[in-house]
Design a protein around this ligand. Structure first.
Ligand SMILES: Cc1cc2nc3c(=O)[nH]c(=O)nc-3n(C[C@H](O)[C@H](O)[C@H](O)COP(=O)(O)O)c2cc1C
Length: 171
C-alpha cells in the first residue's frame, strides 16, 4: 500500500504528529511519503492508495490566511504561512479510488470547545463523496505546544491501526 501523510504545521507540533502517524503506517506495512502541504501538488491523490491529512485547529476549524498571520505574530516562522490545508483542498483534483483519513492538533485548554480542523476537513471531504474514517485529535498544551506526553505514541498507534484497516480493504 502506498500512503502519503500531507500536513500543515505552524509551530511544528502537527509535523511531529504527522511523522509519528507515518511511522505507524510503516509498521502496518505501508510505503509512506511525508509531505508538507506547501509542497503538495493539486494532483497529490493520484499516486497513493491512502492519503492522511493533518492540520492544526485554528478558530474552531481549518486555518485561514488571517489565523496563520496571527500564528506568525505569536512566533511561528513566516515561510509556513502562505498555504494551508484549506487552500490545498480547494485546488485538489478528486480521485475516486484513493482513501482519505484526517487528524488535527488542538489546544488542551480549549478541549471543551467543539471546534476541530479534522472534523471540518472530514465534513468537506464527505460532501465531495469520500468515505472518511473517524478522525483523531492530538493535544498540545498551548498555542505553540508542547505536545501532550503520550500524544506521539498515540499518533503512532492510530497510524498503525489505520494502516491495518486500509490494508484489509485494499487486499
Ligand atoms: C490563530 C490561532 C487560533 C487557534 N484556535 C484554536 C481553537 O479554536 N481550538 C483549539 O483547540 N486550538 C486552537 N489553536 C491552537 C492550535 O491548535 C495549536 O497552535 C496547534 O495545534 C499547534 O500545531 P502546530 O504546531 O502544528 O502549528 C489556535 C492557534 C492559533 C495560532
Amino acid at each position: 500500500m502506498r500512503a502519503a501523510v500531507v500536513y500543515e504545521s505552524m509551530f511544528g507540533n502537527t509535523a511531529t504528529i504527522a511523522s509519528s502517524v507515518a511511522d505507524g503506517l510503516r509498521r502496518a506495512g505501508a510505503d509512506v511519503t511525508l509531505i508538507p502541504v506547501a509542497q503538495a501538488g493539486d494532483d497529490a491523490l493520484r499516486s497513493y492508495d491512502l492519503v492522511v491529512i493533518g492540520a492544526p485547529t485554528h478558530a474552531l476549524g481549518m486555518s485561514r490566511p488571517s489565523t496563520r498571520a496571527d500564528a506568525v505574530l505569536r512566533g511561528a516562522p513566516a515561510e509556513v504561512q502562505d498555504r494551508g490545508v484549506r487552500e490545498w483542498l480547494d485546488e485538489l483534483q478528486d480521485v475516486r479510488t484513493v482513501r482519505i483519513a484526517v487528524f488535527d492538533t488542538r489546544a488542551r485548554a480549549m478541549r471543551r470547545l467543539p471546534g476541530s480542523a479534522a472534523r471540518h476537513m472530514a465534513h468537506l471531504l464527505r460532501r465531495r463523496g469520500y468515505d472518511v474514517p473517524p478522525s483523531a485529535s492530538f493535544y498540545v498544551g498551548g498555542i505553540e505546544g508542547p505536545l501532550g506526553r503520550h500524544e506521539e505514541s498515540r499518533a503512532g498507534t492510530w497510524g498503525a491501526e489505520l494502516g491495518r484497516q486500509m490494508q484489509r480493504q485494499v487486499a
